[in-house]
Structures are given as structure tokens and as C-alpha cells.
Design a protein around this ligand. Structure first.
Ligand SMILES: Cc1cc2nc3c(=O)[nH]c(=O)nc-3n(C[C@H](O)[C@H](O)[C@H](O)COP(=O)(O)OP(=O)(O)OC[C@H]3O[C@@H](n4cnc5c(N)ncnc54)[C@H](O)[C@@H]3O)c2cc1C
Length: 409
């Protein structure tokens, strides 16, 4: 039986490990934090997970929150204008509900399930040097240790696929609960606000503290929403969030009246550098290791693609490993595996990068048309679960305008 090690226990590494385990593989997961530490720790993400990734989780029997987590039924879009009301607004249902389960809940439960199902968990921080030992012990070494520079030297930047050298948004996220007896009257889906200063992204979440509303702001650096540097306290974050809400997205304010922070650890501030890497790393011995998830491709979270593409990577990598049988996991296998994943993931990266730029006229025209043409709104809302459709439709001005004309918009 092939021995496989996965370094990192997030959406990418654990979904793959749990999938391979089901097929009888001896999988080892190495992670720097045990389940309890993850669960008791700081907020990780906003993790809106769409139907394709949820389908995968259901197939693996790790959909522990169906029926408990609020269903995310659609998208509510608003474009900021000159008045308190949005200049453009519409709502549309997703073809299938999405879900957001706090990654602290999800990842800690999956790590526990993996161990209970017989998987080996080693607690420890994997270093680039330490990978050498794993390469000797295992037939295949996968690095799923998330974003950031820790493996920069191993997985070099792919310049052709990485248009940005700097983070494009300053991000401030917090979880809110109702301060009153009744729940917050929020939209039961994704609330997406767009202003010249940046974006608002809000959604109902099943968190470590039960149901919460995740409120995230994505500010253009140097602009009026670039406010998070130097903020340390929960109250200060909350005040700033409410100020941004009033100033940039006033039509959302009413639904959050009476909201209060859910807890001191339910807050996150920072920046994400979008980057695509060469996914195959060569260790000093010559052994090859393969990156997956954010360790291979990190998108700005603006389009909510990272966890979804991590799940997609897990599905593709699992099938490739199964199909490969007893043959050696050589460089051709590693590159072919990433290439198959990238075939879809590139569209998620394109969507994420495009949303970081001011919308071109044909996208603005589409958003406007969605107000009166429900079919346009529905199609737009669903690109987040199917970024391939975004590429088919909205990346080309002529195609986008022809589509609008065909819908009488
Ligand atoms: C603010 C914000 C909002 C987001 N919203 C969404 C969204 O709505 N939808 C969406 O799809 N995505 C979203 N994302 C992105 C999503 O969270 C990530 O893309 C996803 O978690 C990546 O999964 P991963 O398994 O690759 O990495 P991670 O989730 O980062 O997991 C990596 C794991 O490896 C462990 N680890 C790290 N270093 C080491 C080491 N050296 N040795 C051992 N273990 C290590 C970590 O503890 C962690 O458990 C958001 C991200 C942020 C920051």
C-alpha cells in the first residue's frame, strides 16, 4: 500500500486525507495545531462553500453540519451610489444552497474524524528541511500548509500566472450576533456590496459560538476603507466596521442594527497576496513534493474561491492518486495532477483577480441589467459556484453584450 503524507490540515489537506483513507490508503497528516487548539483559536476565514465542494463533502460523509448550518440561498448585490440607497441592487437565488461553517468547527471535527477512522496524525510544524525526512519515509509528500511565505523557496512564484506583487485589499472581518431577543434580520445568503473604496461581503455562518453573521470589508489600499492597520481591540474593530457600513454601504446598516461582536477571537485583519506558484518543489536530495490548496494557489478572498478550490484540488488529487496505482509518483505525475486541477482553478483565479480591478463597462452593464432581468441576476450570482461560466461569458465584452441583448436587457 502506498504511504502518503499530507503536511497541513485545512480544507485542502483534510478533504484529500479523508478521501484517500476511504480507499484504504495509509495516510499521515502532519499539522502544527491539534483539533482543540484550532477550535479554540482565532477566526480563520469566511469560508462560503458552494454546491460542488459541498457535494464532495457529502460523498465523503463529512457533511456534519447539514440541517444545522444556515443555508445560504442566494446573493444580494448593491452598488454604492450618491444616496443612501444603492444605485444598482438585485437579489438572486443560487441554483443550490451554499454553506459557511466556521473553519475552526469544520477543520477540528474533520481532524478528529480522520484520527477516529484510523488515520495517523502527527502534531508538529513542517519545515522545508523537515520535508526531506518525509520524502524518505513516504511514497508521496503533499504540502497543504496554507498561504504565506513559509515555503517560498520551495514553490517559486509563477510570474505568468501571478499579476500582483502586492496585496490588493486590506481585509477586516468579524462575526456578529444579535444583541436583542430576536435574530438579526439579515439576508439569508451572501450580501455583496461594491463601492469605489472596496467591497462588503456578509453571510450567515455556523460558528464555534453557534449562528453568527460574518461581516467582512475589503478596502482598496490607500482608500477610505483601508482602516485596519494599528487596530488592536475588538471594540475599535466593531466601531470601525459600523462606520464603514454607514459611510460605504448604508443600505445594509438597518439589518445589522443591534448587532454586537460574538467574541474576542472572532475577528481577523490583514492582507492576502494573490499568488500562483510552481506547485512542484525539489528538495536538496532531488526528491519532489507537490503543493495543493493555498500553498499552490492563493487567491484574494474577495470572490470566496479559496476553500472551494481547495476542495476541488482534493477531489482531483485523490482521483489521480487512485488512477496511478502502484506506479512511482514522479514529476510527470505531480505536474499532470496540478495541471488537471488548474484547468478549472484558473477560472477561479481569474474571477478573483478581475474582481480586484474596477469593473469594466460591460460588467457594470450586466450588474445593471440584472435589476430588471432575473435570469441575468441568477446567472451572475451562480458564477461564484461555477467560475468556469464566468470565463465563458463575462470575460469578453462582445459575448457579454450579446448575452444581454439576447435577454432583452
Ligand atoms: C478573510 C478570508 C475570507 C475567506 N473567505 C472565503 C470564502 O468565503 N470562500 C472560500 O472558498 N474561501 C475563502 N477564504 C479562503 C480560504 O479560507 C482558504 O483558501 C482555504 O482555507 C485554503 O485551505 P488550505 O487547506 O489550502 O489552507 P488552510 O486552510 O490555511 O490550512 C492550512 C493548514 O496547515 C496548517 N499549517 C500551516 N503551516 C504548517 C506547517 N508548517 N506545518 C504543519 N501544518 C501547518 C495550518 O494550521 C492549517 O491547519 C477566505 C480567506 C480569508 C483570509
Amino acid at each position: 500500500m502506498r504511504r502518503i503524507v499530507v503536511a497541513g490540515a485545512g480544507q485542502a489537506g483534510l478533504v484529500l486525507a479523508l478521501g484517500l483513507q476511504r480507499h484504504g490508503y495509509a495516510v499521515t497528516v502532519v499539522t502544527d495545531r491539534d483539533a482543540e487548539t484550532i477550535r479554540d483559536g482565532r477566526l480563520i476565514s469566511n469560508q462560503c462553500v458552494f454546491h460542488p465542494a459541498l457535494t464532495r463533502e457529502r460523498a465523503l460523509g463529512i457533511n456534519f453540519w447539514d440541517g444545522e448550518a444556515p443555508e445560504i440561498l442566494g446573493a444580494s448585490f448593491g452598488l454604492a451610489g450618491d444616496s443612501p440607497e444603492p444605485a444598482v441592487s438585485w437579489q438572486a437565488r443560487f441554483d443550490h444552497p451554499a454553506q459557511s461553517v466556521d473553519q475552526r468547527v469544520k477543520v477540528s471535527a474533520w481532524l478528529t474524524a480522520f484520527a477516529e477512522r484510523g488515520g495517523e496524525v502527527r502534531i508538529g510544524k513542517v519545515t522545508p528541511d523537515g520535508l526531506e525526512e518525509y520524502a524518505r519515509e513516504f511514497d508521496l509528500v503533499l504540502v497543504a500548509a496554507g498561504r504565506g511565505p513559509q515555503f517560498d523557496a520551495l514553490f517559486s512564484r509563477d510570474d505568468a500566472r501571478s499579476p500582483h506583487r502586492e496585496p490588493q485589499r486590506t481585509i477586516g472581518i468579524m462575526y456578529l450576533v444579535s444583541g436583542r431577543d430576536e435574530p438579526l434580520p439579515v439576508y439569508p445568503g451572501l450580501t455583496f456590496g461594491l463601492s469605489q473604496a472596496g467591497e462588503l461581503f456578509g453571510l450567515p455562518i455556523q460558528s464555534v459560538r453557534g449562528p453568527v453573521f460574518g461581516l467582512g470589508f475589503f478596502g482598496v489600499p490607500g482608500g477610505p476603507m483601508d482602516v485596519w492597520d494599528g487596530v488592536t481591540g475588538l471594540d475599535e474593530h466593531f466601531e470601525l466596521a459600523m462606520t464603514l457600513l454607514r459611510g460605504q454601504f448604508p443600505w445594509v446598516e438597518e439589518s445589522l442594527a443591534g448587532a454586537r461582536p460574538s467574541g474576542p477571537l472572532d475577528v481577523l485583519r490583514g492582507r492576502v497576496l494573490p499568488i500562483v506558484r510552481d506547485p512542484v518543489g525539489t528538495l536538496p536530495s532531488g526528491a519532489k513534493v507537490l503543493a495543493m490548496g493555498d500553498a499552490a494557489v492563493t487567491n484574494d478572498p474577495i470572490a470566496g474561491q479559496g476553500a472551494n478550490m481547495a476542495a476541488h484540488a482534493a477531489a482531483v488529487y485523490e482521483r489521480r492518486i487512485l488512477d496511478h496505482g502502484d506506479r512511482p509518483f514522479d514529476e510527470a505525475f505531480l505536474r499532470g495532477t496540478f495541471a488537471e486541477y488548474w484547468e478549472k482553478a484558473r477560472h477561479a483565479t481569474r474571477l478573483s483577480n478581475d474582481l480586484l480591478a474596477p469593473p469594466p463597462d460591460h460588467v457594470l452593464a450586466t450588474l445593471e441589467a440584472a435589476q430588471t432581468a432575473p435570469e441575468v441576476a441568477r446567472r451572475f450570482a451562480n458564477i461564484f459556484s461555477d467560475p468556469v461560466d464566468y470565463a465563458r461569458w463575462l470575460t469578453d465584452e462582445d459575448t457579454a453584450l450579446a448575452y444581454l441583448a439576447s435577454k432583452g436587457a
